[in-house]
Design a binder for this molecule. Structure first.
Ligand code: HEM
Length: 511
């Protein structure tokens, strides 16, 4: 017997410790080996950077000084407009070449219409049955149909035009107040987000969030407003719980706290709706989406709770997407006074300065439409639409795509490709006066709303809000850089979108 085994026999504490190490280490080592074998065996997939055991390419991505989309562009230079990489044992495929994007979003749209499992942060924020994150299937179909029918159809969007009109009047009022109070220096972000949230809260929940300077301001409602905003923002932070699930309860404690408060307040709001419905009896008339949902018979999937989460999902999908689009466009106009002045000349000649521009005017404002289109081509709400996933194995451009691969369509990569648009890296609205490109999913060169089955169902509402908000602000104000100092145009994750890292601040002068 050697001294090691002799030692074990005579020292039971050592033996216990070693058994403990073996019991805990073996499954970990087994998982590492199993995962790495899975990675190494993935033959026929698109080429890509070599993955490491456990982390895959995560270490390289997280330690890169570049933003994730820039890291992708750098790899695309080496591997082409389609390459693969790994985060842990999850395979990702990046596509930005026109042909590969077409195959994923058009030819094989149905095969790539699912979504990956949600990280805990997203699940807590959007709820377990979010339309955005639901797998392709019956629940997703029903929830999407319900929201289109009652909120997002052309007819429903038109019905809510008066809400947008009033909220935008309020927005201009707030900007004027701030302009007066702060000697002309205005930071529009908070006002824009509140306006967008109110244009959705009224048709969905029947309430709005008055600003602190408005009559009807109320601390409790403001706390709900803050928690909705905060939960959407927290969702964009990297979820370490996906890499280290054991740490999820600790690292996501902040999101749990925010969403618990938010959900409790929303449930109370729904209880108020229910009580009003019961009181009204047969004379009940639905005034908002919660009222409509209260009349739908519950099924196993379509429970009231899930439907309420669906509303939050719609809020999230609507508010910041339109909000960041408005702020980015204003930032471009602040840096480019010649574009703002041309827009003002168009508004002055078509509408004049007395009457505020209306949604019905947009079709007569070609330069406004070209500016908004250029924003969506140049920047959009982010470099990628939602993640797509195939439930069964398939191929793209002849490469094998194993089941449950996450496919990331780099829409911005495509719309900034110099072989797709000339002077692609410049903000030039005139290009869309020369060529009227569709941006609603039919022309793959500019895809701010995605395309195919998972494309955005809120396009009509989103475009109405962005056009009208930009037009109203440009009609009401001149705005310029403060003391000629350029704006910080760096991007930062904001929920599932990217916003300006530093909120836009400019010198505003009422016209
Ligand atoms: C400027 C405004 C908006 C932009 C740029 C935008 C963009 C997008 C994008 C890129 C996607 C993902 C598409 C994909 O994964 O392929 C999406 C999905 C979605 N959007 Fe929008 N959106 C906007 C406004 C809205 C509005 C106003 C609503 C509703 C009120 C809305 C509701 C949704 C929903 C529910 C989804 C999930 C669709 C699904 O997974 O089936 N969006 N949006």
């Amino acid at each position: 017997m050697d001294t090691f085994t002799e030692g074990l026999k005579t020292n039971p504490v050592n033996a216990f410790l070693i058994s403990l190490v073996v019991v805990f280490l073996t499954p970990i080592l087994w998982t590492i080996v199993h995962q790495y074998v899975k990675v190494l065996r993935a033959r026929g997939i698109p080429p890509g950077p070599a993955p490491l055991p456990v982390l895959g390419n995560l270490g390289e991505i997280l330690s890169s000084p570049k933003r994730f989309d820039e890291w992708c562009l750098q790899k695309a230079k080496a591997y082409g407009g389609m390459f693969s990489f790994w985060m842990g044992d999850q395979l990702f495929v990046y596509v930005s070449s026109y042909e590969a994007v077409k195959e994923v979003l058009v030819t094989k749209d149905k095969e790539f219409a699912s979504r990956p499992l949600m990280p805990e942060r997203v699940a807590l924020t959007l709820g377990p049955k979010s339309i955005f994150m639901s797998s392709y299937g019956e629940y997703w179909r029903q929830a999407r149909k319900l929201s289109v029918l009652h909120l997002l159809s052309n007819k429903a969007v038109k019905t809510n035009a008066s809400v947008r009109d009033e909220e935008l009047n309020t927005l201009i009022g707030h900007l004027k107040e701030e302009c007066k109070r702060e000697g002309g220096i205005v930071e529009p972000r908070e006002h824009i987000i509140r306006t967008n949230l109110n244009t959705m809260m009224l048709p969905l929940f029947g309430i709005r969030f008055p600003a602190p300077t408005e009559p009807g301001f109320n601390e409790r409602r403001e706390a709900l407003y803050a928690s909705i905003q905060e939960s959407f923002r927290q969702m964009g932070d990297f979820d370490w719980g996906t890499v280290l699930p054991a740490l999820a309860p600790v690292v996501n404690r902040d999101v749990r706290k925010t969403t618990a408060f938010r959900d409790r307040e929303l449930e109370l709001l729904i209880e108020e709706h229910r009580a009003a419905k019961e009181k009204a009896g047969a004379s009940f008339v639905a005034r908002d989406m919660v009222d409509v949902l209260l009349t739908i018979p519950e099924t196993e999937d379509l429970t009231l709770k899930n439907l309420i989460y669906m509303l939050l999902d719609l809020l999230n999908a609507a508010v910041d997407t339109s909000g960041v689009s408005i702020e980015w466009t204003l930032a471009e106009l602040t840096r480019r006074p010649e574009i703002r002045k041309r827009l003002q000349a168009e508004l002055d000649s078509v509408i004049g300065r007395e009457r505020p521009v209306q949604e019905g005017d947009i079709e007569n404002l070609p330069y406004l439409r070209a500016v908004i289109k250029e924003h969506f081509r140049y920047r959009g709400v982010g470099p990628f639409p939602g993640p797509h996933l195939n439930e069964v194995e398939t191929t793209v451009q002849g490469y094998r795509i194993p089941a449950k691969t996450q496919v990331m369509v780099h829409t911005r990569g495509l719309s900034r490709d110099p072989s797709v648009f000339s002077r692609a890296d410049e903000f030039l609205p005139d290009r869309f006066l020369a060529e009227d490109v569709d941006i609603t999913g039919k022309d793959l060169r500019v895809l701010p709303f995605g395309a195919g089955r998972r494309g955005c169902p809120g396009i009509v509402q989103g475009l109405a809000v962005v056009h009208l908000a930009v037009a109203r602000i440009v009609q009401a104000f001149d705005f310029e850089l403060i003391d000629g100092k350029d704006i910080d145009m760096e991007e930062r994750n904001w929920g599932l979108q990217v916003s300006l890292r530093t909120p836009l601040k400019a010198r505003f002068t009422p016209r």
